[in-house]
Design a protein around this ligand. Structure first.
Ligand code: NAI
Ligand code: HPV
Length: 620
């Protein structure tokens, strides 16, 4: 069947070195994805290769690796998981079925650094800072950091990514607990519950002092209309409050569905009687409630913070409380935890405080423990977790469909780099995906990561995985550009062909250089198997299994037999042969798939066949 032709208007250059990191919202996808079994044994093997990067390919820490480490890829046969903060029993039980579990709570930063090089995974809550120093101290062994909760502001994501370490969180199991705690603080604050309780326990009976305010009909502004924010909204509506929300990324339809109006930040701040904070702590939200923000608020506003202490400028809040702009605040979280003994907010009589208890219900902690244990085990096994925070997340059905193309992508990268004379100095790589699918319908992050892995691993000691692929390419000065060719035809097959081109390099097999001057390899998936279909200007067709010999020769009878018999004499099994020629009796390129690696002398003998002008042996 002839390849479909590109529609010229649809040729679209797309992104250059797009970040692998998903957006924070995307990172907190609600469902937990697992890879379904792929239909065929071969696909299964391909899947293992695809996912191996996070599981078994990471180099073990040199200091601890045993020379006879078993084939699991883990230093002691089983992975070691360090649980650095209290985790629910059900999660620990799951972890113990799969790993050696070291529960060491309350480690100092020095102790954590000392232990980490002995661990494949680390599980923390909000109380452990996982900074660059931890990744550096791990010596490359740490593969997964599991955050048993939502906020990952205590984990240095950039450092994790640079070290090829996957970060996963438990995004859903504590949502309701946090929302319930927000409502508990809201109602407790409005009726002075904590203060009245303390007063009565101190022997006083102060009924006039603790007159509260009603909630019904009051306006509650929710800042951050995500999982917790929307659950707070539902509950506050049940209390008869008028609920509005500000969230630059939230869908108006979702808000409308629960009777909440999305408004500007300005409106959310100026019209609220109560403001409840539910956004992540990011550079953009850091100290979002500052003097300027408080100055815009209605006098007597009440603030609830169950998100992160850092989203409030705490000194500005003290000033706003003292001046009466803010009548009361209820805080579960603080910039520094635990706060200093003389923290003015904690001691302020109009402030109700709890020690970061939002997620602390029996039910939430069991749920979070199971959620994080599953995510960490999955990641150690090499599965792609939906709760990956610093890696592309690919829905299971998409992954299943792309699996053979992912293998093709890596092999094309491997072939292309081995064709470069000297094997280094690659600066510019262009990847072209020809597909009948609209660009929005084809997520190429996985493919790009695998091409990068194929390009970089054969020529370096760097370990490339889905987490660090873009970073590694950038760090090595390799610019990868992607182009889509939109084909006419059925979008049923995700990709018709993938082409990898390396520009501005010489090739040890000059026939691999196309008319436009780049080393060019192109491949397709046929019956689920990746095939090399073009080298330079020559069309070939050889399945990408085993290894490959490429020969350029003068097209003449007997060539296949001549090369075949040299290989046969050395007992090298030929799996596939294909000849691509520009015209009969002119130059041709012969691609020969071999199961075994030919010896040097066999390769020399092939080179000595008179009609062979150039040849190269490539490992796949
Ligand atoms: N106190 C506690 O124990 C707990 C605290 N949390 C914290 O609550 C917060 C919310 O958690 P989830 O709802 O699960 O997260 P989420 O990701 O579902 O929701 C966060 C929302 O904030 C929005 N957002 C981001 N930047 C914003 C900005 N500049 N202005 C307004 N909105 C913005 C996002 O679009 C998103 O919709 C996080 O900070 C999390 O760490 C969560 C659970 C327990
Ligand atoms: O999930 C979150 O973001 C939380 O803040 C909960 O923190 P914790 O696990 O209780 O230390």
């Amino acid at each position: 069947m002839a390849a479909p032709t590109p529609t010229t208007a649809a040729r679209a250059a797309t992104t250059h070195n797009r970040p692998l990191l998903p957006s924070p919202r995307g990172a907190l996808a609600p469902s937990f994805l697992r890879l379904p079994p792929l239909p065929r044994a071969q696909a299964h093997a391909q899947r293992a290769r695809l996912l191996a990067p996070v599981a078994a390919a990471a180099p073990a820490a040199p200091s601890t690796a045993s020379p006879d480490a078993p084939a699991t890829g883990f230093v002691s046969g089983k992975p070691t998981v360090l649980v650095a903060e209290k985790l629910g029993a059900a999660g620990l039980a799951l972890l113990r079925e799969f790993a050696n579990v070291d529960c060491s709570y309350g480690l100092s930063p020095e102790e954590l650094r000392a232990k980490i090089s002995l661990c494949d995974a680390l599980i923390v809550r909000s109380g452990t800072k996982v900074g660059r120093d931890v990744f550096e101290a791990s010596g490359g062994r740490l593969r997964v950091v599991g955050r048993a909760g939502v906020g990952i502001d205590n984990v240095d994501l950039a450092a994790a990514t640079e070290h090829g370490c996957l970060v996963v969180n438990a995004p859903t199991a504590n949502t309701v607990a946090a929302a319930e705690h927000g409502i508990a603080l809201l109602t407790a604050m409005a009726r002075n519950i904590a203060q009245a309780d303390a007063s009565l326990k101190a022997g006083k009976w102060q009924r006039n002092k603790y007159v509260g305010v009603s909630l019904v009909g009051k306006t509650l502004s929710i800042l951050g209309f995500g999982k917790v924010g929307s659950e707070v909204a539902r509950r506050a509506k049940g209390l008869g409050m008028h609920v509005i929300a500000h969230d630059p990324y939230a869908s108006a339809d979702r808000a409308r569905a629960i009777g909440v109006e999305l408004v500007s930040m300005e409106e959310a701040m100026t019209t609220a009687d109560f403001i409840s904070l539910h956004m992540p702590l990011t550079p953009a939200t850091n100290k979002m409630l500052n003097d300027e923000a408080f100055a815009k608020m209605k006098k007597g506003v009440r603030i609830i913070n169950v998100a992160r202490g850092g989203v409030i400028d705490e000194e500005a809040l003290v000033r706003a409380l003292d001046s009466g702009i803010v009548a009361q605040a209820a805080l579960d979280v603080f910039t520094k935890e635990p706060p200093a003994a003389d923290n003015k907010l904690v001691l302020h009589e109009n402030v109700t405080v709890t020690p970061h208890l939002g997620a602390s219900t029996v039910e939430a902690q069991e749920g979070v423990a199971i959620e994080i244990a599953e995510a960490v085990i999955g990641a150690l096994k090499g599965e792609l977790a939906a709760s990956a925070v610093n890696a592309p997340m690919v829905p299971a059905e998409v992954l299943s469909e792309l699996a053979p193309f992912v293998v093709l992508a890596e092999k094309l990268g491997r072939l292309a780099v081995q064709l470069v004379a000297g094997g280094g100095g690659i600066k510019s790589v262009k990847v072209t995906y020809a597909s009948a699918r609209a660009p929005d319908d084809l997520d190429t992050r996985l493919l790009r990561a695998m091409i990068t892995k194929g390009l970089i691993e054969p020529i370096s000691s760097v370990f490339v995985n889905l987490v660090n692929a873009d970073f590694t390419a950038k760090q090595r000065g390799v610019r990868i550009t992607e182009e889509r060719i939109l084909l006419d035809g059925s979008p049923e097959t995700p990709i018709d062909y993938i082409q990898v081109q390396i520009a501005n390099v010489e090739s040890k097999f000059p026939s691999a250089i196309s008319e436009t001057g780049e080393i060019t390899v192109e491949g397709r998936v046929k019956d689920g198997v990746p095939h090399l279909t073009k080298v330079g200007a020559f069309q070939v067709d050889v399945s990408l299994e085993g290894s490959l010999i490429l020969c350029r020769q003068v097209d003449q009878p007997g060539m296949i037999g001549a090369v075949g018999s040299v290989l046969g004499e050395e007992n090298v099994n030929v799996s596939f042969m294909s000849v691509g020629r520009l015209a009969p009796r002119k130059h041709a390129v012969m691609a020969i798939g071999v199961d075994e690696e030919p010896s040097k002398s066999t390769l020399t003998k092939i080179g000595e066949i008179p009609a062979i002008e150039e040849f190269v042996f490539l490992k796949l």
